[in-house]
Design a protein around this ligand. Structure first.
Ligand code: BDR
Ligand code: CA
Length: 316
C-alpha cells in the first residue's frame, strides 16, 4: 500500500484518475488531495475535488487548496476550456457541503512529508506543477523526502505518424506544462525521481465507440465514466482529427500501478519556459537521468481492460 498525495486540477480526467486510485485500496492509501489552479480556477478545482469525494463515498479524504496562479503570476490565465466552465464537462456532481481542510496545500504537504518515513510518499500530479514547485522552493527538506512523483504533463516528440502537432494548447505544448512551464522545469530537475506520462503517450489512447460502450456497461458510474473518457473530444477532434478523445490523467495512474503496459525512456529533460515554444519538452536519453518518460503504450486495449476491470471490481 503506497501512501499517496493526489495533486491536481479537476478537471474531469483528474477525477477519473482519482476514481481509479480509490478503486485500488489494497495498493494505495490516499493521505489527501492538494488542489491547484489549472483547467479551472482554484476555487472550482477545490470544490470539484470535494464534490467528487462525496460522490464516490470517500468524504474522509482531506482536500487542501493550493496555488491560485502559476509561479510568478498574481492571476491565473484562462484554462483550456477542456471541461466547460465548471471543469466537469457533462458530469453533474452535487456540490459538497464540506469545506477545504486548509488553504495551504503546500504547508500541508510539507508537514505530511515530514511526518512520514523518508521517501515513502508518492505524489500523483495531474495538473500544473505549481504546488510542487512551491514546495521545493519553500520547504526543500520536505520536498527531498518525496519518494516519487508520477505526473501527467508535457510533450517531447517525435511526432507520431499522421499527427499534425504535438501539443493540445500550442502546436508544441501540452496544457499542464504550458500553464506553468517554470514549475514543470523545476520539478523535473528537482532531484526527486519522476515518472512522466506526457501527451506523446496519452495521445495513443482514444475513446473509441467500443471503449465507451465498455465503460457504460460498468456496474456503477458507467455513464459517468463514459462521459469522463469522452469529455475533451470537442477540443481533440478539431486539433488532431481523431475519432475520439485522448486519455490524459488516468495514464499517470496506469504508469504507477501498471508499468508493464508502457515502454519508458530514462532521461534528462528540459522544459522551455519562455517564447513561442513555452511548455515544450526536450528529452535526452540518459540512464542516470531522474525522469522516466513513458513513451509508448504497448497494448492500448489491455490498458482500457485493466481500467474497466479494476473499476468494476470496486464500484458495484
Ligand atoms: C491535461 O490538461 C488537462 O486538460 C487535463 O486534466 C490533463 O491534466 C492534459 O493536457
Ligand atoms: Ca488535470
Amino acid at each position: 500500500q503506497i501512501p499517496l498525495i493526489l495533486d491536481g486540477d479537476p478537471g474531469t480526467d483528474d477525477l477519473l484518475a482519482w476514481m481509479w486510485v480509490l478503486a485500488l485500496p489494497h495498493r494505495a492509501r490516499v493521505l489527501g488531495i492538494s488542489a491547484v489552479n489549472g483547467n479551472v480556477t482554484l476555487d472550482r478545482t477545490t470544490a470539484n475535488a470535494l464534490a467528487f469525494l462525496d460522490h464516490v463515498g470517500a468524504p474522509d479524504i482531506p482536500v487542501h487548496a493550493g496555488a491560485k496562479a502559476p509561479l510568478g503570476k498574481d492571476e491565473p490565465p484562462p484554462g483550456d476550456g477542456a471541461f466547460a466552465e465548471s471543469g466537469l464537462g457533462d458530469l453533474v456532481l452535487a456540490p459538497s457541503a464540506r469545506q477545504a481542510a486548509s488553504h495551504d496545500a503546500v504547508g500541508w504537504m510539507a508537514q505530511t512529508l515530514r511526518s512520514m518515513p523518508v521517501r515513502t510518499v508518492t505524489i500523483l500530479a495531474t495538473g500544473p506543477l505549481t504546488n510542487l514547485a512551491l514546495l521545493r522552493a519553500t520547504a526543500p527538506d520536505a520536498y527531498a523526502r518525496i519518494g516519487r512523483i508520477v505526473a501527467m504533463g508535457g510533450s517531447f516528440g517525435p511526432l507520431p505518424p499522421n499527427f499534425v502537432r504535438r501539443g493540445n494548447v500550442t502546436p508544441f505544448a501540452e496544457f499542464n506544462f504550458w500553464m506553468d512551464a517554470a514549475a514543470a522545469q523545476s520539478v523535473l530537475n528537482g532531484g526527486v525521481p519522476v515518472v512522466l506520462a506526457p501527451a506523446d503517450v496519452t495521445h495513443q489512447l482514444i475513446s473509441t465507440p467500443t471503449r465507451l460502450a465498455a465503460a457504460r456497461a460498468l456496474p456503477k458510474f458507467g455513464e459517468e465514466v463514459a462521459r469522463m473518457l469522452h469529455a475533451p473530444y470537442h477540443l481533440d477532434k478539431p486539433k488532431f482529427h481523431t475519432e475520439g478523445a485522448f486519455l490524459h490523467d488516468p495514464t499517470a495512474v496506469a504508469g504507477l500501478f501498471h508499468p508493464d503496459l508502457f515502454e519508458t525512456v530514462r532521461a534528462q529533460t528540459h522544459i522551455v519556459t519562455e517564447g513561442t515554444g513555452i511548455g515544450a519538452g526536450l528529452l535526452l536519453p540518459d540512464g542516470a537521468g531522474n525522469v522516466e518518460v513513458m513513451v509508448r503504450v504497448k497494448d492500448t486495449d489491455a490498458y482500457y481492460t485493466r481500467l474497466f476491470t479494476e473499476l468494476a471490481a470496486h464500484y458495484r
